[in-house]
Design a protein. Structure first.
Length: 109
């Protein structure tokens, strides 16, 4: 399956992914500048991505913890998610997300 990342510069980067992969890892492997400082503990929000509107509804709902962390992320949009919480399933083949221009690391206060 494939996922597409839109860089802060507007460049589209396609990446190969497997079912069960975490979106954050796929993004990092594709060279996207997502720090993911807390490695999926929902404590940093540096893995914030903006999901393309058509895809947003296809994702499982965010947990309350994820919503809380997104409240603290910089430049949050209505379709923002934490990439460390998105596990790729077959239905998400073709998923497209944008990497925000700036990230703020909440784990560094
Ligand atoms: Fe820290 Fe996702 S990696 S919240």
């Amino acid at each position: 399956m494939k996922v597409t990342f839109e860089t802060p510069q507007g460049e589209l980067v396609e990446a190969e992914a497997a079912e069960g992969d975490v979106l954050l890892t796929v993004a990092q492997d594709a060279g996207m500048p997502l720090e993911g400082t807390c490695e999926g503990q929902m404590a940093c929000s540096t893995c914030h991505v903006i999901v393309e509107r058509d895809w947003f509804a296809a994702l499982p709902d965010a947990s309350e913890e994820e919503e809380d962390m997104l409240d603290l992320a910089y430049g949050v949009r209505p379709t923002s998610r934490l990439a460390c919480q998105i596990v790729l399933e077959e239905e998400l083949d073709g998923l497209t997300v944008a990497i925000p221009a700036e990230a703020r690391d909440m784990s560094e206060g």
